[in-house]
Design a protein around this ligand. Structure first.
Ligand code: XMP
Length: 319
């Protein structure tokens, strides 16, 4: 793709011009965007870049292994793997407001990046895989209605006191363009084709307060759901799919006993840029089979519902 080849070369020049001889910390989230940003920046400045993968305790099943494998084994890009789940889950305990969750997570990410920057003798820059839609949905439009829909953790979620300058080479791109750029940079297809995963992770798929118990249930339900989607050959037809754990228990019956357990919501959408989306029209047999599997295989769940809201009026994530 010649447009992306030109973009790649131009972006590399811009990164070199901005960074000079400085050091850059790049946060990896497990998503495509931050991975593409990191590979691009590494191409531009080599070992002036340090990648940091923060396990905030809000990752999907096997996420950490997938990301660490890609960077260390496939690209040979050095990667610091920080387990900060205690700090994140500690600060998030009892927090139920979605914007407070997002801001807390944004602040803690910066704490981790600043600590890592110190360890390498100071870094002047923080790199992120911010895309154009992240920017649009986080800022208040001038001349339009002054509302923030969500503070994306890497835009509106950043604390004011951050003293590293931002390097955001994907800021003008949409998701589909990032994928083209990722292929151009040689990222493996399994990684480029992954569904988006938000920086705040499972925190925004767990309405209400977040506990380790709930996160475990959510992770397991999500893994069964995605497995079902892959087995039915639907993964690439769907733009993004995930499970949500509702903060409510309902009554059920299993064998001859009463159950009182959580409800799992399933979300799947088609979209091109994430700014608008349609809910995915599964056939009922698929949904029935998936619900049965989740209830049988995931302890703590006795009911499954499917979200049939498009965006607008819903957003893709529930918070
Ligand atoms: P919404 O829920 O706003 O999501 O319709 C649109 C797309 O953006 C992702 N998303 C985020 N990605 N940091 C991210 O990196 C965030 O804070 C964030 N919030 C939402 C969401 O997964 C969807 O793909």
């Amino acid at each position: 793709d010649w447009t992306m080849r030109a973009f790649r070369e131009e972006a590399i020049e811009k990164i070199r011009a901005q960074v000079g001889k400085g050091k850059v910390i790049c946060g990896l989230s497990g998503g495509v965007d931050s991975a593409v940003a990191a590979v691009l920046i590494h191409e531009a400045i080599g070992d002036q870049l340090t990648c940091v993968f923060v396990d905030h305790g809000l990752l999907r099943l096997d996420e950490a292994r997938t990301v660490v494998d890609l960077f260390r084994n496939y690209y040979n890009i050095p990667l610091v793997h920080v387990d900060a789940s205690k700090e994140f889950l500690g600060e998030l305990a009892g927090v139920t407001d979605p914007e407070v969750k997002r801001k807390t997570i944004g602040r803690l990410f910066i704490d981790v990046f600043e600590a890592e920057a110190k360890k390498i003798g100071g870094a002047q820059f923080l790199a992120q895989g911010t895309l154009y839609p992240d920017v649009i949905e986080s800022v208040s439009f001038t001349g339009g209605p002054s509302v923030t829909i969500k503070s994306h953790h890497n835009v509106g979620g950043l604390p004011d006191r951050m003293n590293m300058k931002l390097v955001e080479p994907l800021r003008e791109l949409f998701k589909d363009e990032v994928r083209v750029l990722g292929r151009e940079l040689g990222l493996p297809e399994v990684f480029v084709g992954r569904h988006p995963f938000p920086g705040p992770g499972l925190a925004i798929r767990c309405p209400g307060d977040i506990t380790r118990e709930k996160l475990d249930i959510l992770r397991n339900a999500d893994a069964v759901y995605i497995d079902q989607i892959r087995k039915h050959g639907l993964y690439d037809a769907i733009w993004q799919a995930f499970a949500v754990l509702l903060p409510v228990k309902t009554v059920g019956v299993m064998g001859d006993g009463r159950t009182y357990e959580y409800v799992v919501g399933l979300r799947a959408v088609t979209s091109t840029d994430g700014m608008t989306a349609d809910f995915y029209q599964f056939d009922m047999k698929f949904l029935a089979e998936t619900a049965t599997r989740i209830i049988n295989e995931v302890k703590g769940v006795n009911r499954v519902v499917y979200d049939v809201t498009s965006k607008p009026p819903g957003t893709i994530e529930w918070e």
